[in-house]
Design a binder for this molecule. Sequence first.
Ligand SMILES: Cc1ncc(COP(=O)(O)O)c(C=O)c1O
Length: 367
Amino acid sequence: MSVRPEPRPGVMQIDAYVPGKSKAAGGVKVHKLSSNETPLGPSPKAIEAVRTFDHLELYPDGSATKLREAIGAKYGLDPSRIICGAGSDELLSLLAYTYVGPGDEGAFSEHGFLVYRIAILAAGGTPVVAPEKDFHADVDAILARVTEKTKIVFLTNPNNPTGTYIPFDEVKRLHAGLPPHVVLVLDAAYAEYVRRNDYEAGLELVATAENVVMTRTFSKIYGLANMRVGWMVAPAHIADAVNRVRGPFNMNGPAMAAGIAAVQDEEHVAKAFAHNEQWLAWLTKEIEALGLKVTPSVANFMMIHFPEAAGQTAKDADAFLSSRGLILRRIEAYGIPNALRLTVGSEEANRLVVEALRDFMKGGNHA
Ligand SMILES: Cc1ncc(COP(=O)(O)O)c(C=O)c1O
């Protein structure tokens, strides 16, 4: 008998999620490029919606009806199949709690988003990791790890932190190879940034299959990370099950008002997209010109690989950049110890990063 309460098995195996840093040494202006936030901020209409929000004493609409309708109108979806959450993180966890229990497995790929592992363990299940090929999810490796115990498969597409994607044909092949009892979760947090002929987030698959769910977020291109607004679209039976597990008032009113305004402001999204297109390409070219390898990305961030030589590693680069107020993300926790993830920032931040990396590669030990 325990002398004190013990968490359920699995809980203490969780390494708590560590968010991107936001501070640097005192005195320097900080550019936070560690959490894939947008440098353009949210739509001014979303800011106004929060500013003018009234009646904080009243409970919010627990079924987020207006937000679901606004999302449905924008993406051509049936609002009854949409569930909103406090960020897509909440929905990823709810999906695990709904479908995974002790003795069950949940699979995801090697460098996939860290929250999947946390959600599966918290639900009492066992995480199963499929190796990647050249930082791309490998459909065959995932399928090879699916057993009758597998209840859920998470696929980030495009992936964080690698910035890579797999074509929609590959997603369909993954789905076709899964037994029907497995829920396939397509995490498309960065879908709005991708324009590739062979990429699709997969809404068509969600609409036609009985076991495919998509999660989306307002934290990235819509610039509402602080408000915590995410959504998922699912077959009716999955939406019904998840709604039973969901907290009755999981979304707050100001967040919903901001989401509605943001999803309707197409001009703002177009601006954010154009900014990213321009600066993702510029950063990639300039950083490669310094002799550093950059994994080609379709999202609003990129992975920069550093030499193994002492003084030139990702850890050294992180310290050097931080001393100039440039906060990138170390991605050791994703199994990639010698790279940094850089979020596309403002023009000022992007130029400062390239300048700092140039000095770092020249061997400048001091900022
Ligand atoms: C792949 C991926 N999925 C989901 C999320 C969660 O986003 P949020 O909970 O802010 O919607 C993130 C955030 O970094 C992400 O990178």
